[in-house]
Design a protein around this ligand. Structure first.
Ligand code: NAD
Length: 251
């Protein structure tokens, strides 16, 4: 319970990876604030399980991010995880989707970071952890906005790390490949139908085609990495981008 007395804000933590990170931080005693969309009952259940509070905010606008940070107050651990995807050839990419992905996957982190830093500086301690992606290091076709935003997030993280280098605050990215989340699992039946494939074929030949280990990461793996970065032993790790992608970006 080494995080007792620390306040952690994890964006996009009503499901998937963010929830995994929030669970891991709460299990180490952090007072956790979750954000993200979802049913009232589902969110209340998560809050009860983690002893967390929930703040409702649309992070695809600067005002939403500002309202979140005003509501959260001081945070010791800031995890920027909320994100979305849209797939389209670049010449047909809807402009409003481009704007939204850049706003949510990149600009929201800029806003939360700039607003969290003064309090962290005052305490001489802080951890900024950004969920980037294998797509912060490499590209795939039809994901122009996502790849641009995630590369940008990796660049933002490095810049922030350098600016905060002697402040006791670290800034790092965790970059998953495919992670087993409801989002991924729910794609399988449709893809089976669309491509006339078995479940195993969809998993191995479609989803894990670029992931040499041929296995998914689990949200608990990402949570464990976030916890490690919060430890005192993680205090000299800053400006790093941790791939957790089964070898995807090693190719
Ligand atoms: P998810 O869809 O399960 O969770 C996304 C979270 O963001 C939810 O809590 C959702 O409510 C919240 N969110 C969505 N739009 C929002 C908005 N406008 N304002 C505020 N919150 C909003 O997704 P996930 O798979 O857990 O992904 C989480 C992060 O991990 C994302 O940044 C994603 O790019 C990244 N990632 C995921 C994978 C994967 O395989 N699942 C791989 C690499 C990176």
């Amino acid at each position: 319970m080494f995080l007792k007395g620390k306040r952690a804000l994890v964006t996009g933590s009503t499901s998937g990876i963010g929830l995994g990170i929030a669970r891991a931080l709460a299990a180490e005693g952090a007072e956790t604030i979750i954000t993200g969309f979802g049913g009232k009952d589902e969110i209340a259940k998560i809050c009860a399980e983690l002893g967390a509070s929930h703040i409702d905010a649309d992070l695809s606008t600067a005002e939403g991010a500002e309202a979140l940070m005003a509501g959260a107050g001081h945070v010791d651990i800031l995890v920027n995880n909320a994100g979305m995807q849209f797939v389209s050839p670049v010449e047909e990419f809807p402009v409003e989707k481009w704007d939204k992905i850049i706003a949510l996957n990149l600009s929201a982190a800029f806003h939360t970071i700039r607003l969290a830093i003064p309090g962290m500086r005052q305490n001489g301690w802080g951890r900024i952890i950004n969920t980037a992606s294998a797509h912060s290091l490499t590209a795939s076709p039809f994901k122009s906005a996502y790849v641009s935003a995630k590369h940008g997030l990796a660049g933002l993280t490095k810049t922030v790390a350098l600016e905060l280098a002697q402040s006791g605050i670290t800034a790092n990215c965790i970059s998953p490949g495919y992670v087993w989340t409801p989002l991924v699992e729910n794609q399988i039946p449709d893809t089976m139908k669309a491509r006339n494939m078995t479940r195993e074929q969809v998993i191995n030949d479609v989803l894990l085609a670029g992931q040499p280990t041929k296995r998914f990461s689990h949200v608990e793996d990402i949570g464990a990495m976030a916890v490690f970065l919060c430890r005192e032993e993680g205090g000299n790790i800053t400006g790093s981008n941790f791939s957790m992608d089964g070898g995807w970006t090693a190719q």
